[in-house]
Design a protein around this ligand. Structure first.
Ligand code: GLC
Length: 745
């Protein structure tokens, strides 16, 4: 070491950045694992027990004596939940926690744009960071197995590849802020009915090909720092501490070093929680939404009972030390990471992100006669109908409910955009959910309306008959048995007599646009009679502006469906072949549970539609534009290769219309002859391309072994069999524009 080095070392020493007496675990210039081991070695047994379970509704204590900070979690996947009381679900009524409510994750998935996922993750991560939260309890990426699942709106659709790719950049965006994601609900939490006692019976191939890939992508490609175990069981063991899911797969096969956090109230015994791979216990004795034994924290399953078990020799400290390491790692990556940015909340950037993601997630399902966008030359009188034009949706739906800083309703958004030049009328049309308070967050909307359905319909039909265009805002909402946690839908039908109202409106005025606001598929028996249909999601603060952007044509819609719009439940494998909601059974303690055989296996969504040659109302991956696109011929760089080779498929896409727009190009792989039954095709790539009128761009996809393989349950590994394959390039799963064959030697 020469004089300069000595001088530098001394000055660093004096600057105090690395002073000798700072213990390793507090020195964030030290490698993470060194900090973890140093902290672990300093902790008492009681401190190790304390750090792995909650001290309040949403926090764990850390180690005060050592200055290892508390760990604060918050919901949810679409925005930072308002503060609740220490040990209650009720609001703490703080005045600094009104957040940006971002669009639902199904809307994000409908953008098919990983760059928007990154923007989404960055934005929500900044708000969580600003609110000093170490863990945000999202994203939710459970697969859309049935349209009846109450929480589909929180997730990213029916296809594991789409959900996984869209989750990866969300994870990175959040964690760039030094805030951990908590990917949920691992795994097989595909319905809300009996959510604490559902026991999916799933074979390995279905598990590995359908229900794990999105989580694997989030864990490995995204680098998620924490996962949340689901309430449900899997093969008789609760998911939050299921040895197969947590030890064998997540921490074993995937070699994941993060922390597993239970869902709130998902832990029911000590022994399995100790050995089943759970690292942090939260919310015990609650059903995740309401009730709870107050201040039960020392009696948590991983608290005194575990401490006594170790003292009595029933448990070694081996599992405990692994849990503590993972909690320390999570803490050093977040709350004790001094290199974190500072975050922000309610910024113009977040508002813009909310509006952009909303506008790019809205799906134009149908547009006969080009009724949309509104043409000022033809339209002066706009009749707006429907409760969902005025109802705030950032509140409700369960744990993802938010206290939004503001919310632009569809009607407000239309008035903002069209107000001065157009005559806009509003009529309610129907009365659905008038609840205006969720856990103490008030909408300050009084939606009560005491008129009869007939009076409401007569007013709407009259308004429609006098307008140039009718915009109906209906669909679902966040009330029970709509899009809501802890309850499933009771059928696919729209509630509150909307089907009849829509039929009456289109009779009164054929220029009807139905804007369906929902987070899951609904039956649309009137689809063939209605010229234009928009699938709008829960779009957050900027709902009305994002919708007005698309309806006016300021934004050319580019979203595509992340799930199939079944005509009826018999088009859905879970209902045609599988069981739902399951049959009564007993768990290992003799408690009542519901076995749910997923007999449909890997045939979920379009995989089931293709296999059975069905015609849904709208197919997976479907979405129109105000312009048109032509796909050229797909070509491949080599027609044969080995499994180790990469096959590059390219396809030119041209904007053949008069308006700029973006097109999502979808790549499906077909393996027509295999030793096992395989879906007709599976999504293995997608690319969104922006094109000016007349512009052509070439889109290319790299296809590797992973994209060609299936999971061989007997060998317990992914297998790419030699033989012919086909790449199918589609504008949707039912609109294949070009195909090209190639073979693996
Ligand atoms: C809920 C949900 C979970 C949420 C947690 C905390 O019951 O299942 O998604 O993050 O409890 O509110």
């Amino acid at each position: 070491m020469n004089k300069t080095h000595l001088f530098l070392a001394a000055s660093l020493f004096c600057a105090g950045s690395i002073s000798a007496d700072v213990p390793v675990y507090l020195d964030d210039s030290q490698p993470l694992e060194k900090r973890v081991e140093d902290a672990l070695a300093r902790m008492t047994l009681k401190e190790k027990i304390d750090i792995i379970h909650a001290q309040s509704k949403f926090s764990a204590p850390g180690v005060p004596r050592l200055g290892i900070s508390e760990l604060w979690c918050t919901d949810g996947p679409m925005g930072v939940r308002p503060e609740v009381l220490w040990d209650e679900w009720e609001q703490a009524s703080w005045t600094n926690d009104s957040c940006t409510a971002f669009p639902s994750l199904t809307c994000l998935a409908a953008t098919w744009d990983p760059e928007l996922s990154r923007l989404y993750g960055k934005s929500i991560g900044e708000e969580a960071r600003f609110r000093n939260k170490a863990v945000i309890l999202g994203p939710g990426i459970n697969i859309y197995r049935t349209p009846l699942n109450g929480r589909n709106f929180e997730y990213m659709g029916e296809d594991p590849y789409l959900a996984g790719r869209m989750a990866v950049d969300y994870v990175k965006g959040v964690q760039d802020n030094g805030v951990a994601v908590c990917v949920k609900h691992f795994a097989l939490n595909n319905n809300e009915i009996n959510r604490h006692t559902s026991n999916p019976i799933v074979d390995d191939r279905t598990l590995y090909e359908i229900y794990l890939p999105a989580f694997k992508a989030a864990a490995i490609d995204g680098g998620a720092w924490s996962f949340m175990g689901g309430y449900n069981l899997f093969r008789g063991e609760h998911a939050s501490y299921n040895p197969i899911l947590m030890n064998d797969i997540l921490k074993g096969e995937w070699n994941w070093d993060g922390a597993v956090i239970s869902d709130w109230g998902a832990v029911h015994d000590t022994e399995t929680a100790v050995t089943g791979g759970l690292d942090m216990e939260f919310g015990s004795w609650t059903n995740g939404l309401t009730n709870g034994v107050s201040n039960a924290y020392d009696n948590y399953w991983l608290a005194n009972p575990y401490l006594e078990g170790i003292k009595s020799g029933k448990y070694s400290e081996k599992e405990l030390n692994d849990k503590v390491r993972r909690v320390l790692r999570l803490t050093f990556r977040t709350a004790m990471n001094r290199n974190r940015p500072w975050g922000s909340m309610g910024s113009d950037e977040h508002k813009a992100a909310c509006r952009q993601i909303g506008g790019e997630g809205i799906v134009l399902l149908q547009n006969k006669g080009g009724l949309l966008p509104i043409d000022p030359a033809k339209v002066k009188k706009i009749a707006v109908v429907g409760e969902n034009a005025i109802k705030m949706m950032t509140v409700g739906g369960g744990s993802s409910s938010l206290k939004a800083a503001y919310e632009i309703t569809p009607l407000q958004g239309l008035r903002n955009r069209f107000g001065k030049d157009f005559d806009i009328t509003y009529s309610r049309g129907y009365v659905g959910d008038t609840l205006g308070d969720y856990n103490g967050v008030k909408t300050n909307q009084d939606l009560r309306d005491f008129r009869t359905p007939e009076e409401l319909r007569a007013e709407a039909v009259d308004a429609a008959s006098k307008a140039d265009i009718v915009l109906f805002f209906g669909g679902l909402n966040k009330a029970n048995h709509n899009d809501a946690e802890d309850s499933d839908r009771l059928s696919m039908e729209l509630p509150y007599g909307q089907d009849e109202l829509i039929e009456a409106l289109v009779k009164a005025n054929p220029n009807l646009v139905v804007v369906n606001i929902s987070g899951t598929g609904v039956a649309m028996p009137w689809a063939s009679k209605v010229p234009a249909i928009l699938q709008a999601w829960y779009l957050g603060n900027e709902t009305g502006n994002a919708l007005a952007d698309v309806i006016s044509g300021d934004v050319n819609p580019s979203g595509k469906l992340p799930y199939t719009y079944y005509a009826d439940l018999m088009q859905c494998g879970a209902h045609k072949l599988g069981e739902y909601p399951g049959t009564p059974a007993k768990d290992k303690f003799g408690n009542d549970i519901f076995d749910i055989p997923y007999n449909e296996g890997i045939y979920v969504g379009y995989r089931f539609i293709d296999k059975n040659k069905l015609k849904p109302t709208f197919p997976f991956g479907h979405g129109l534009s105000y312009t048109t696109f032509k796909y050229g011929k797909a070509t491949v760089d080599k027609t044969t290769g080995s499994a180790a080779d990469t096959f590059t498929v390219t396809v030119p896409v041209t904007n053949t219309g008069s308006r700029k727009g973006s097109e999502i190009v979808e790549l499906y792989i077909s393996d027509p002859k295999a030793s096992v039954d395989r879906p007709v095709k599976e999504l293995k790539g997608f690319r969104k391309v922006a094109l000016m009128p007349g512009e052509t761009k070439t889109v290319s996809f790299e296809i590797g072994k992973d994209d060609l393989s299936f999971f061989d349950a007997k060998k317990h590994e992914w297998v790419c069999e030699p033989g012919d394959f086909e790449a199918l390039i589609g504008a949707s799963s039912a609109d294949i524009r070009s195909k090209v064959k190639f073979a693996v030697k």
